[in-house]
Design a protein around this ligand. Structure first.
Ligand SMILES: Cc1cc2nc3c(=O)[nH]c(=O)nc-3n(C[C@H](O)[C@H](O)[C@H](O)COP(=O)(O)OP(=O)(O)OC[C@H]3O[C@@H](n4cnc5c(N)ncnc54)[C@H](O)[C@@H]3O)c2cc1C
Length: 433
């Protein structure tokens, strides 16, 4: 044990790095530990990089449950559920939170935080961070008339998007002309970043502010003194600090458990295929709404992302799934048919059952601040998470939307789900008599 910084951050993904940056630029002395040999090797390099607050939505919804059930039997569809130990209680909470009003409230919190964070991404880029940020806009395209009409009705009154006919979609996206799109919606104010560049830029800024990174530091447990978390043990060292920020993405659950804290996180695996770019590729991100697939154009590659698989913590690449995603992408963008993916990866989204991230101090363990559970929105939400972690450490009020993300909400959730289960059991037994 060699030092005691103001904050010790576990995890150097986009979230941990944004926390380090926001703390360091306010004068804190910060140490970051990561098990990997460099920063940004978790989900933060395997994603679509979208910065689109309008699309940020809590995962638990009846639409996703229906889609999940529909593709459960297929090994190639965009969703897959494979029951394993911790999934059943997580799913019970997930279903509870899919309900209309609960989903709407969570969506409001999430989108508000995403809008604030989007502004911070822009500010990072404007201040010189080479994050690959681009306010390119984004297009959703639809191949089913019913889903297009639904989306068009919802979006028609908004001033920041335009509903497109099939012909207009083809004008914007000649690469998708043969895909049979029936219409689209174009969002003008949003964009994307290159999450690998974002991580590299944040590391550079942090280092210039004196943040110390320790790689190959696999945290085995959080250190405790009475009710307080006071540091972390790695395989070969001990680090102490008054504030320990747990930002280890999908791995946070296991680490939090060493301090007796239950964070119901499950990894939602996604697939990423990178192709060489060619002329005529889309110039802005495209979401193929009916196929739950996204294409993001980077200067040197076209990235296809898709799938949400709740199949356990240690997935490996399934080549049938790669083939399915590649086949779907080639039907949407026929020029992909002749390109082989130059890189295939999987990434794990750290998913909570209520669809909100877990940000803030633990009431049960002083000294522990959680910054995890960002699910499908960790890239867009990274800067605001860093700002919130800084406000908690600086003792300033985080605001209503951040309150919805506090870690201890899960203890009351257990009661709610318990009540739900016992009332349905009571109703069921009532109906038998
Ligand atoms: C297919 C796909 C598409 C996505 N698209 C988008 C998108 O368009 N927009 C968006 O905003 N988000 C998107 N996401 C989600 C986003 O990528 C994640 O929410 C985000 O990367 C999570 O960041 P993180 O820093 O919390 O976790 P990670 O990036 O996973 O980082 C966790 C870090 O913790 C370290 N670690 C783990 N265990 C230990 C340990 N024991 N000791 C020390 N270190 C440890 C790991 O090495 C890793 O560096 C997508 C994700 C996927 C998979």
């Amino acid at each position: 044990m060699t030092e005691s910084p103001d904050a010790l951050i576990v995890g150097a993904g986009a979230v941990g790095l944004a926390c380090a940056y926001e703390l360091a630029r306010h004068g804190a002395n910060v140490v970051v530990l990561d098990a990997a040999p460099r920063a940004g090797t978790g989900a933060s390099m395997t994603n679509a990089g979208l910065l689109v607050p309008s699309h940020v939505d809590p995962l638990p919804s009846w639409g996703n449950i229906r889609a999940g059930l529909a593709s459960m039997v297929s090994r190639e569809g965009p969703f897959q559920l494979e029951p394993y130990g911790s999934l059943a209680p997580w799913m019970a909470r997930f279903v509870y939170h899919a309900g209309g009003e609960r989903h709407r409230r969570a969506a409001n919190h999430l989108r508000t935080l995403a809008r604030q964070s989007f502004a911070m991404h822009k500010a990072y880029f404007d201040s010189g961070l080479a994050t690959g940020y681009s306010q390119s806009g984004m297009i959703d395209i639809f191949h089913r008339r019913s889903s297009f009409e639904r989306a068009a009705t919802v979006q028609r009154n908004r001033t920041d998007c335009a509903v497109l006919t099939a012909a207009e979609v083809h004008d914007f996206l000649p690469a998708c002309q043969a895909s049979g799109a029936v219409g689209g919606v174009r969002f003008e104010q949003e964009g994307f970043c290159d999450s690998t560049s974002l991580c590299t830029a944040l590391v550079r800024e942090c280092e210039s502010l004196g943040v110390r990174f320790i790689y190959g530091a696999h945290v085995t447990r959080l250190r405790q003194h009475r009710e307080a978390v006071t540091g972390a043990d790695t395989l070969d060292a001990t680090y102490t600090s008054r504030h320990v920020v747990l930002a280890a993405g999908s791995w946070s659950r296991k680490i939090a458990a060493t301090a007796g804290i239950n964070v119901p996180l499950e990894p939602g695996t996604g697939y990423i295929l990178d192709f060489d770019s060619v002329e005529g590729d889309p110039t802005m991100p495209v979401a193929f709404a009916d196929h739950r697939m996204v294409v993001t154009p980077y200067p040197d590659r076209l990235r296809v992302t898709g799938m949400m698989l709740l199949t356990g913590p240690r997935p490996s690449i399934d080549h049938r799934r790669v083939g399915a995603l590649r086949g779907e992408a080639s039907r949407m963008i026929p020029s992909l048919m002749h390109r082989r993916p130059r890189k295939v990866q999987i990434g794990q989204r750290p998913c909570t059952p209520d669809g909100l991230p877990v940000i803030g101090p633990s009431e049960r363990r002083t000294g522990l601040i959680m910054a995890t559970g960002h699910g499908q929105s960790g890239i867009i939400l990274a800067p605001i998470t860093g700002r919130l972690v800084h406000s908690y450490i600086a003792d300033s009020a985080p605001g209503e939307h951040a309150q919805a993300c506090v870690p201890d909400r899960f203890s009351s959730m257990r009661t709610q789900v318990g009540t739900l289960c016992s009332s349905s059991t009571a109703a069921a037994s009532g109906s038998r008599h």
